[in-house]
Design a protein around this ligand. Structure first.
Ligand code: 6R9
Length: 655
């Protein structure tokens, strides 16, 4: 029955796609796993606060806390009265434990042959010096420092040096424009910007300093710009304002006393885009955040001292904060840091890196996996990936077929896959398998971690025991956001106003008969087709299930009869031709996988999809294109020309 085009969708999802494959952990993996049984779950269920307190004890505290949690909805304080320092936990304590010689970072530059091997001793020295440089520039506890850097070790040093002196860092992804950088520096009222002359991306130099100059021209709070010499491209140094990193580091002392920070002192602000308008400055504090990332690193990634961990995320995203800088370094991990793109100089660069550094744990995003699928397995075949023992995925729902591809071609059927659901706001992973004990189902992030209380609710806040609805979190957790910078009202409204005392993450979710969670994308991506709420993600997965499809993005478009109809943008795997026949095959395939209700009205073949710089598909924009509306805000597009070409293609078809 048609509900008409004006009706606002009720956000309960008709979860239609089914996936029956189950992968049990091998006895061999379980035997060696950090988490071998359900004792953590039991502890957390018995006394959640005592459980989190035990987790926090894995950190080094200068002063223990007086109270585990103070909860005045929606404002939480964790480990109240405790004192610690993040850089001390990521560096000093490892040196004290005799791990100074251990490799902290295998850094690989994009140009051939560039590499650096950085020990914990070396990282410690650089961070201490940089902390002294910051101090000499007048940076004090509580001041904001903006970081706009390529993927070079100095980016991590800068974050840790801020935390050493209690300055608040705000990292802005190096792919962002001058406008985006300026807006974030102004909102944070940053005093110092640290950047580089340039960075390498796909064989070209990205002129970071030029972009930074344009941004700083409209950012009156910035007093100094500290510049790392990386690409040696020509830049202009503004007298007095701009300073060379290497010059000041050359003069700086080797030791800087770590500031004793309150558990609730702000560690960083990280901006994340809202569904509309102004980015939100998500606030994370010291004690709770570090507790979350340190423990999840051990549980979900099963990290051991001998592992070589590689998280491919840029430091500009929360994944780079939690699972490149703070989580792994708090655990004294050895990691890979790579500056460039996966297809430079060839499409096997990632696999070459895994082979070279003998990476054991590899953490990447579905968008990358789908690109690898599109390029084909020939790029993987001649690389030795035998060091790998665990794979991870983050950033979007992973389509079952992409999961299987990852399992077969990268994991060679022997590596567990951890599909990790979390957000900038949650600070650390909240829903994921524990690889030694959780049987996985391709496409499901499985179950919440110990201490995390999730439910699936309908619009009215009624719990859905089995079926589709909206994900919600019932109680606070240590690494949760503490607010939105300078905007507590927006914090309350965005996350805490949908249901009483419950966190609203904004994701659709389905709970299956085994209690497994299937994340279905943002609720604003749910389509209402003839009265059925259909998740774009399910239709995309059905399309990707067809062997000719590499990637797809599905949107709902206005339809007079059905309310909304389904439009699918499809990237074909190399060697397949876009044709009417393929359109019909794909429509029939979706009908077979999901049902006639999900039959796409339109299939549009395209070489690329518009994505945000963090790799998330911009469905709003596709909707605008599919419905022929104005293009809207494209400031977060990785490549705005993609949209233009898509648009003209679509318009051509529509005549
Ligand atoms: C870590 C990160 C958060 C949003 C989140 C959800 C989507 C992330 C996911 C996932 C399904 C997963 N998301 N991981 N959806 N399965 N494993 O990506 O943070 O950039 O803030 O994005 O990403 O929609 O709400 P962030």
């Amino acid at each position: 029955m048609s509900k008409g085009i004006k009706e606002i969708p009720k956000l309960t999802v008709d979860a239609l796609l089914t996936e029956n494959r189950v992968f049990k952990p091998s006895a061999e993996f379980t035997k060696q796993a950090n988490v071998k049984n359900d004792s953590l779950h039991k502890k957390a269920a018995k006394d959640r606060l005592a459980f989190w307190a035990e987790c926090a004890e894995k950190l080094d505290w200068f002063k223990p806390w007086d109270k585990v949690l103070e909860w005045k909805v929606p404002f939480s304080k964790w480990f109240v009265g405790g004192k610690l320092n993040a850089s001390f936990n990521c560096l000093d304590r490892h040196i004290k434990a005799g791990l100074g010689n251990k490799t902290a970072i295998f850094w690989e530059g994009e140009p051939a042959g560039e590499q650096k091997i950085i020990s914990y001793d070396e990282a410690y020295k650089q961070v201490n010096k940089l902390a002294n440089v910051f101090k000499s520039l007048g940076i004090k506890k509580g001041d904001r420092v903006a970081i706009y850097m390529p993927m070079i070790p100095e980016a991590a040093y800068a974050m840790l040096a801020c935390s050493r002196i209690g300055a608040i860092h705000t990292v802005v992804f190096g792919g962002f424009s001058a406008d985006a950088l300026r807006e974030r520096m102004n909102d944070a009222q940053a005093k110092l910007l640290i950047t580089a002359d340039g960075g390498y991306r796909r064989g070209k130099v990205l002129p970071l300093k030029d972009i930074a100059d344009e941004a700083v021209a409209g950012a009156p709070t910035i007093k100094h710009v500290l510049v790392v010499k990386r690409a040696k491209n020509n830049i202009t140094m503004h007298e007095k304002r701009d300073l060379w990193y290497h010059e000041l580091m050359g003069k700086a002392k080797d030791f800087c006393e770590p500031e004793h920070m309150d558990a609730e002192d702000v560690l960083f602000i990280l901006y994340t885009s809202g569904t509309t308008g102004k980015p939100k400055g998500i606030i994370h504090t010291t004690g709770g955040y570090l507790t979350g990332v340190t423990n999840t690193m051990q549980w979900v990634f099963d990290l051991k001292s001998k592992d070589v961990f590689w998280c491919t995320a840029d430091v500009g995203w929360v994944t780079g904060h939690s699972y490149f800088v703070y989580g792994p370094m708090a655990n004294a991990a050895t990691q890979v840091m790579y500056e460039g793109t996966p297809d430079f100089p060839e499409r096997n660069r990632f696999w070459k890196i895994i082979e070279k550094y003998k990476v054991t744990i590899f953490y990447t995003a579905p968008t990358a996996i789908r690109a690898f699928m599109k390029w084909g397995t020939k790029w993987v075949e001649d690389c030795k990936l035998t060091s790998l023992r665990l794979l991870g995925s983050v950033g979007e729902p992973i389509n079952p077929e992409a999961w299987i591809w990852y399992h077969l071609n990268i994991g060679k059927q022997k590596c567990p896959i951890v599909d990790t659901w979390w957000q900038t706001e949650t600070g650390c992973i909240l829903i994921a398998p524990l690889p030694g004990i959780t049987a996985t189902k391709p496409g499901s992030a499985t179950k919440p971690l110990p201490g995390i209380e999730t439910v699936v609710l309908d619009d009215d806040g009624k719990e859905i025991k089995e079926g589709g609805g909206i994900l919600a979190i019932k109680s606070p957790w240590p690494s949760m956001l503490r607010g939105i910078w300078r905007d507590p009202e927006r914090y309350k409204k965005t996350y805490w106003s949908r249901w009483p005392n419950t966190y609203f993450p904004g994701d659709g979710a389905k709970k299956d008969e085994d209690g497994y969670l299937w994340l279905l994308g943002r609720v604003d991506d749910i389509m209402l087709v003839a009265g059925h709420n259909i998740s774009t993600m399910e239709v995309e997965s059905a399309l990707v299930d067809n062997p000719i499809v590499a990637e797809s993005a599905v949107v709902g478009i206005t339809d007079e009869l059905k309310g909304q109809a389904i439009a699918a943008f499809v990237i074909l795997k190399e060697g397949n031709n876009p044709s009417e026949e393929s359109q019909n095959i794909l429509k029939a395939h979706v009908v077979k996988k999901i049902g006639a209700i999900a039959r796409p009205e339109k299939i549009i073949f395209t070489p690329e999809l518009p994505k945000t710089r963090s790799g998330k598909i911009m469905r709003r924009l596709l909707r605008d294109i599919a419905e022929g509306r104005a293009l809207g805000d494209v400031t977060t597009l990785a490549d705005a020309s993609v949209v233009e070409s898509l648009k003209s293609k679509y318009e051509d078809k529509e005549g």
